[in-house]
Write a protein that binds this ligand. Structure first.
Ligand code: SF4
Ligand code: SF4
Length: 324
């Protein structure tokens, strides 16, 4: 047992650090390449491409307008999550004492404390939100696990620095190892953490506005016979939120997805939604998704529906309706 713990705090720690840096480098390369190779973006100026690139990290995202409180908490959480492990004085000391003897100015301890508490409070908030909105967000076991794995290194780190559990027999010996191992698990998890865009079948009408506004062509659709199929690839998604912002039905959602299988399917595209197409009553070509025409029909009066000849394609409509 002692040897295993020693392995976890020495060799394994270095192995995980190298794995994490390599994984993040690969993921970052995909991220940048996808922004610059996308055909829809390459038609734009270099400035526009850079705006897309850095816009992902900006706090003034359009999603702010939809959920300002939630977006602010998420932003603060991610900033603390990035800064704290790098600039925490205990971690800086470890680097200084290592063979590299690297040193950089650490955060004051009271700042580190506040950031740790902010991360833990945010985790508690995400957990409560998941429980309360379980059905709306299609919450699964992995969502809870994700929050737990994220919170554990910070919780154990806080107890370690304050000696909170020192008087409890098990924790006085093993809390340090719990901190190291939970940190290692979190680093590995980050490499396998992807985004997942969903088009919720309960409300999505298949209009494809999300596809038109996806800057990296991660989302795409094609019509096959009487079906419209939406495809999505997780490796290309930059989590910009454009699909969520433009969806008129609030049907597009964006969340984290964790799993080794995503890493090995980085180059594939999966069908994530299909909708039936309405066919022209006269010539039989596809007109639009049935759900979309039904929605339009529910807004218009019966007379207008008949007048607009919704079940005819544009070519089969009389000229005066087509142009009017
Ligand atoms: S924009 Fe919304 S309603 Fe339209 S296809 Fe995308 S998710 Fe569905
Ligand atoms: S978040 Fe939506 S719009 Fe942005 S890249 Fe991903 S799928 Fe495309």
């Amino acid at each position: 047992m002692g040897e295993l713990l020693y392995f976890a705090e020495t060799t394994l720690l270095w192995m995980v650090a190298v794995f994490f840096l390599t994984g993040i480098l690969i993921r970052s390369l995909f991220f940048v390449v996808n922004i610059f190779r996308s055909r829809s973006i390459s038609r734009r100026s270099v400035l526009n491409r850079l705006v897309t690139l850095f816009g992902v990290f900006a706090p003034f995202h359009r999603a702010v307008l939809k959920k300002p409180g939630y977006t602010a908490i998420r932003y603060l959480f991610h900033v603390c999550l990035f800064i704290l492990p790098i600039w925490f004085s205990g971690h800086v000391s470890l680097w200084e004492e290592s063979r590299f003897e690297w040193y950089w100015t650490p955060l004051p301890d009271d700042w580190a404390d506040r950031m740790t508490l902010a991360i833990l409070a945010a985790c508690a908030f995400f957990l409560a939100r998941r429980i309360v909105l379980k059905n709306r967000h299609d919450t699964g076991f992995s969502d809870f696990l994700l929050i737990l794995i994220t919170a554990l290194p910070f919780l154990t780190g806080y107890f370690l620095t304050h000696g909170t559990l020192n008087s409890i027999p098990f924790f006085d010996t093993y809390l340090w190892y719990m901190h190291v191992i939970s940190g290692e698990i979190m680093l590995v998890m980050i490499v396998f953490l992807f985004y997942r865009t969903r088009l919720r079948k309960e409300t999505c009408v298949g209009c494809a506005a999300c596809v038109e506004n996806c800057p990296t062509e991660t989302l795409e659709f094609y019509d096959k016979d009487a079906l419209r199929l939406f495809r999505y690839s997780q490796y290309q998604c930059i989590c910009c939120g454009s699909c969520v912002n433009v969806c008129p039905e609030n049907a597009a959602t964006l969340s984290h997805a964790i799993g080794i299988r995503h890493f090995f399917r980085m180059l594939s595209k999966d069908v994530i939604r299909n909708v039936d197409l309405a066919m022209c009553e006269r010539c039989g070509v596809a007109i639009a998704p049935k759900l979309q025409t039904a929605k339009l029909g529910s807004i218009l009066t019966a007379n207008d529906v008949e007048m607009a000849l919704l079940n005819h394609c544009n070519r089969c409509k009389p000229r005066k309706i087509r142009t009017g």
